[in-house]
Design a protein around this ligand. Structure first.
Ligand code: 2AM
Ligand code: CA
Length: 254
């Protein structure tokens, strides 16, 4: 198995250009709902279609799982793709949305890329080799006091009408920290932890395609990736990612 980070970057940047083409003409694009409070745009479909074809052309040995088109036959080794994470932000003309692409082989994440075209920030990681933002090596923050920390979360769960809606948890944790952010893209939130811009992020009721690439990028930058009890691993329904230093202070509040 040999993956060229350069070929992968070319494919993903091209996907970014396609997405930006739509982003610059938002007044002309079609936005529909997959289910209540769950948007999809023409851009999501076009970007995923491009990525599926381009990745299959370059790497026919791997299967594919995309948010919009579902799973191909081979799921032992597969690309896990969210063509636009943060679709609602995208559709409003905001900048925090990203293309998320991960390569998973036998349930192990090998590569992860999150590209935010409107910011031109390209985050990537390779298992065991580290994480980068725009070709610069990145690592998590050194903040060790929850009281001074900057935390991020999201409320995908609110859209599913679940009882466990994160509101009480957010209020509990927000009162113990200084900074709170809600960017609207789990993929980018994870990269912000990787880059030390945010000290911790959690969210509930996500899907693997929202977090696969970002979780590898965060882990390779030194983050802890756990569930709300501190069990290590990627749990999209209950994901907690921290700089490691404030994990012990956050866990009792989760
Ligand atoms: P998306 O933009 O690809 O849909 C932000 O809180 C996160 O929630 C994003 O990663 C977003 O991914 C995801 N999200 C948006 N709508 C959702 C829904 N209805 N159910 C679950 N997750 C959702
Ligand atoms: Ca999406």
């Amino acid at each position: 198995m040999s993956i060229s980070p350069v070929i992968l970057e070319n494919i993903i940047r091209e996907a970014g250009s396609i997405a930006l083409g739509y982003f610059k003409n938002l007044d002309t694009i079609e936005v529909s709902k997959k289910k209540p409070r769950d948007f999809v745009t023409e851009a999501d479909i076009a970007v995923e279609k491009y990525l599926k074809n381009a990745l299959a052309h370059e790497y026919p040995q791997f299967g594919f799982w995309g948010e919009e088109s579902g799973q191909s036959a081979n799921q032992e080794s597969r690309w896990i793709v969210d063509p636009i994470d943060g679709t609602h932000s995208f559709s409003k003309g905001q900048y925090f949305w990203g293309i998320s692409v991960a390569l998973e082989i036998n349930q192990e994440l090998i590569f992860g890329v999150v590209y935010a075209p409107a910011l031109d920030d390209y985050y990537c990681a390779e298992k065991g080799k580290g994480a980068w933002k725009n070709a610069r090596s990145i690592k998590v923050s050194s903040e060790d006091n929850l009281d001074d920390a900057m935390i991020a979360t999201g409320f995908a769960c609110l859209r599913s009408y679940l009882e466990e809606n994160n509101l009480e948890r957010f209020c509990r944790i927000a009162q113990k920290t200084t900074g709170h952010r809600r960017f609207g893209s789990a993929a980018i939130d994870l990269c912000l932890v990787a880059d030390g811009q945010v000290d911790a992020f959690w969210e509930q009721e996500l899907n693997l395609y929202d977090v696969a690439a970002g979780a590898l990028i965060a882990a390779e930058a030194g983050a802890t990736v756990t569930d709300f009890k501190g069990n290590p691993g990627i749990f999209p329904k209950q994901i907690l990612v921290t700089n490691g230093k404030i994990l012990g202070q956050l866990l009792p509040l989760m």
